[in-house]
Design a protein around this ligand. Structure first.
Ligand code: HEC
Ligand code: HEC
Length: 304
């Protein structure tokens, strides 16, 4: 309900609910009123099937009380819990709150399991079989939907096993990536590069950096335009991890390669986001997970 910009629906739902309850009470009251009966034998005078008479008995007491209690219960419930539009209820209960309380409890239960890894270096954690199993499970539940269950990624989602890093591959940098998230941001640069022809030539130059198939005449024409790109990708095109700018010389493509793809990158830019995990996972879980991810491209146990 809080997602709506006006409180129309809140008022609408509240009114509808309260009117329904009042209507129920009214119905009970009307049904309980004594009917005017003309006949002395307490029947309505109707006969069906020769001798089946309709009596005019009052509603059973127990039934009336039950009905009333249901109405009162409904009102008390709506006062205590969310139900009347955006009114949050006097008890302050929410689905979100219940979920968070349960998560906090589950985390507290897991805390001792993780305590063992707190004093270890990331390299030692990566080599520990129990930590590996826990890291793998955390990865499957929180990361595989984007990076793939084998962590090899897909278009737009980086491969985490190839030792090629956008933001840095030390255990500390990986931990930073997981904790705070990352935004890879390349601005649209066509205007700075020049004409569409310049963009095409520059694309061929970019392809030539990694020895990918390209037109070498176009590449040499495009080369001077690379100064626009050097600020982030470096003069040699080897990238800059502080900016998340990929190495363009290694033939590893996050967004695909080819003249059209690279021209599109220059024309439209790209914003790519790795979501921060600090509110989803505990510090201890992030520690185990960072070591696991580091271990995917580094032999566990090997000293750096
Ligand atoms: C919603 C999709 C999504 C989820 C979920 C996700 N990631 Fe990412 N991740 C990305 C994207 C997109 C990038 C690339 C960001 C960029 O382009 O700078 C990325 C980047 C990374 C990087 C940096 C790679 C590099 O080369 O520097 C690491 C490490 C990483 N993710 C690990 C994880 C782990 C571990 C998890 C599970 C907790 C996870 N990611 C969950 C989308 C996701
Ligand atoms: C403001 C810094 C910045 C500048 C300037 C910049 N880039 Fe980028 N570029 C990035 C970032 C950051 C990414 C990664 C986007 C992502 O995380 O998905 C990127 C990605 C790319 C990619 C995709 C690489 C892949 O692996 O798929 C190509 C190609 C590229 N840039 C080419 C260029 C060219 C050509 C220029 C010059 C016209 C240029 N960039 C200028 C920051 C920059």
């Amino acid at each position: 309900m809080s997602d709506f910009t006006s409180n129309f629906w809140s008022v609408f739902v509240t009114t509808l609910t309260l009117v329904a309850i009042v209507a129920c009470a009214l119905l009970l009251w009307m049904a309980g009123r004594r009917k005017v009966v003309a006949h002395a034998d307490n029947t309505t005078g109707h006969l069906w099937d020769v001798d089946l008479a309709e009596m005019n008995n009052p509603l059973p007491r127990w039934w009336v009380w039950l009905f009333l209690m249901t109405l009162l219960f409904g009102l008390a419930y709506l006062a205590a819990f969310p139900g009347l539009g955006s009114f949050a209820g006097r008890l302050g209960w929410s689905m979100q709150g219940e979920y968070e309380a349960e998560m906090a409890k589950a985390r507290a239960n897991l805390e001792p399991l993780y305590a063992r890894f707190a004093s270890m270096t990331p390299e030692q954690v990566a080599a520990d079989p129990q930590a590996h199993a826990m890291g793998e499970r955390l990865f499957m539940n929180n990361c595989a939907q984007c990076h793939g269950s084998d962590a090899r990624g897909s278009k737009g989602f980086p491969d985490l096993t190839d030792a090629d890093w956008l933001h840095g591959g030390t255990p500390e940098k990986i931990r930073e990536t997981l904790t705070q998230g990352r935004i890879g941001n390349m601005a649209p640069l066509a205007a700075a590069v020049g004409t569409p022809e310049d963009v095409r030539n520059l694309s061929h130059y970019v392809l030539s950096l990694s020895g990918s198939p390209h037109d070498s005449l176009r590449a040499s024409l495009g080369k001077p335009k690379f100064v626009t790109c050097a600020a982030c990708h470096g003069m040699d095109g080897k990238g800059n991890q502080a900016l998340g700018a990929p190495n363009l010389t290694d033939d590893i493509w996050l967004h695909g390669w080819g003249e059209a793809t690279i021209a599109e990158m220059i024309n439209n830019g790209k914003v790519n986001q790795m979501p921060a995990q600090e509110h989803k996972l505990t510090e201890a879980q992030i520690g185990v997970l960072s070591a696991y991810v580091w271990g995917l491209s580094n032999k566990p146990g090997a000293a750096r």
